[in-house]
Design a protein around this ligand. Structure first.
Ligand code: NAD
Ligand code: UGA
Length: 431
């Protein structure tokens, strides 16, 4: 290892090479640090070591290849190798939903116990995984090292724009028990030009959950307004536009859709309800937010059923989009899959197409292109807002379908053009 002590760059370890860990590792290497990244998945490590990035993220492959080439970035399946000589160690392992909604802390605990004895004296362990309030102190205990500090540094990147978000953050939050450690950690991010908020660990952990829960609340709110628009004959696009001119409201994160999903919102909102419950507070607002989201899946299925003439049994439904949003390959807790499952439960055959998903998925027929998915379909459902869906030949789509009918759960397509072409069209909250 080269001597980095006077260069304003550091030896960094990143444990977990998923959406957050790989982005963190590649970006910190790009910023001049010497980064070792480890992952328990040997196949993933082998690919990464050869410059093959197993996830879809704009700009990530280029950064990983550059890091490997320059020698700033290296991969292994050994966590103890990664932490050897590291001044900063980022924990980026999963915290999935466990029983009763609580976050499953077992990955964090296992890694902390494993690496504890191998950490350099005065190292700082930085928890980037989304973890329940109090977890920073849990990690401290698991490491069993008096000389090692632990801080919380929640991550706010979005999938699909992870590299951009990491390099252009709105804010850096550091939850630390002592200011000197917070300052040491903030130096890692000093070139990013973002405001740095230093708090105690519990506050930092709460900021992360509260942020995701608030964003999910916005989406549930607009989906509820969309339902109201349908009931009273208003247009949700115009309603959001009219609301958004008020700077206190804004118009971001108010796009109606099939419900919010992904690897984080569902588990994090459920975890916050549980954290509140465990602390003696009934977060009924968030329970409503979850309930509206569940209703949204059902509302999409009802629309399909209506356009199919009331009966889904024996009908074929074409599904465009399987990922939980566009520009990612992630299907974890995707609303598209939830809608597909409910359609199948009602007796429909679902034929799906997604530009980033061609692996087999349980119960679903995967088509080779969007047109093939429409062959003989009674209804087409647009579940993910892939831009390329806008520009397809809808005359061809109509000819392939048994019946010209579209449920556009992302309000993506040109509804006037589709109606002119003889399609029955239903969006979300549109007249
Ligand atoms: P991920 O599933 O994409 O990646 C996690 C990686 O950790 C996997 O590659 C897995 O093989 C590896 N891993 C599991 N156990 C390990 C071990 N013992 N040692 C080494 N590696 C191990 O997860 P992710 O989406 O990157 O999320 C990680 C954390 O970051 C979660 O807490 C999540 O809530 C949080 N987060 C995610 C996002 C996001 O957009 N995905 C954004 C902000 C925060
Ligand atoms: C979200 C947050 O935006 C990130 O800040 C956070 O770091 C991350 O969760 C996390 O903790 O993992 P992400 O899961 O990548 O990021 O996805 P979003 O872009 O937030 O979308 C979440 C869901 O809401 C998607 O299903 C999306 O389609 C839906 N959504 C979003 C809408 O239906 N309408 C909107 O206006 C916005």
């Amino acid at each position: 290892m080269k001597d980095l002590s006077s260069s304003g760059a550091w030896r960094v370890a990143v444990i977990g090479a998923g959406y957050v860990g790989l982005t963190t590792a590649a970006c910190l290497a790009h910023l001049g640090n010497e980064v070792r990244c480890s992952d328990a998945d040997q196949e993933r490590v082998d690919k990464l070591a050869n410059g093959i990035v197993p996830i879809v993220e704009d700009g990530l492959t280029e950064l990983v290849k550059w890091g490997l080439h320059s020698g700033e970035l290296a991969f292994s399946s050994s966590n103890t190798w990664a932490v050897e000589g590291a001044e900063f160690i980022f924990l980026c392992v999963p915290t999935p939903q466990g029983p009763s909604g609580r976050a499953d802390m077992s990955y964090i605990e296992t890694v902390s116990k494993e690496i504890g004895p191998y950490l350099s004296s005065e190292a700082v362990v930085i928890n980037k995984s989304t973890v329940p309030v109090g977890s920073t102190h849990v990690v401290e205990r698991m490491l069993g090292r008096e000389d090692v500090k632990v801080v919380s540094n929640p991550e706010f990147l979005r999938e699909g724009s992870a590299v951009h978000d990491f390099l252009h953050p709105d804010r850096i939050v550091i939850g630390a028990d002592d200011e000197a450690t917070a300052i040491r950690v903030s130096a890692l991010f000093m070139h990013l030009g973002a405001p740095v908020l230093v708090t105690d660990p519990a506050t930092a952990e709460t900021i992360k959950y509260a942020s995701n829960a608030f964003l999910a609340t916005k989406v549930s709110f607009v989906n509820a307004v969309a339902a109201l628009c349908e009931a009273v004959g208003a247009d949700v696009h115009q309603v959001v536009l009219g609301m958004g001119y008020d700077p206190r409201i804004g118009s971001s994160f108010l796009k109606p859709g099939p419900g919010w999903g992904g690897s984080c919102f569902p588990k994090d909102v459920a975890a916050l309800v549980r954290i509140a419950e465990d602390a003696g507070y009934d977060f009924s607002l968030l329970k409503g937010v979850i309930a509206v989201n569940e209703e949204q899946y059902a509302r999409v299925v009802e629309k399909v059923q209506r356009l199919a003439g009331g009966e889904l049994q024996g009908r074929t439904v074409a599904l465009w989009g399987l990922t939980f949003k566009a520009r990612t390959d992630d299907t974890r807790d995707s609303p598209a899959l939830e809608v597909a499952k409910r359609l199948q439960d009602n007796g429909a055959k679902v034929v799906a197409y997604d530009p980033t998903v061609n692996r087999p998925m349980e119960g679903l027929e995967i088509a080779k292109d969007p047109y093939a998915a429409c062959q003989g379909a009674s209804v087409l459902v647009v579940a993910t807002e892939w831009d390329e869906f806008r520009w397809l030949d809808f005359d061809k789509v109509g000819e392939l379908m048994e019946n010209r009918a579209v449920v556009d759960a992302r309000n993506l397509l040109d509804r006037a053009a589709l109606r002119r072409a003889g399609f029955s069209y239903e969006g979300i909250g549109l007249i």
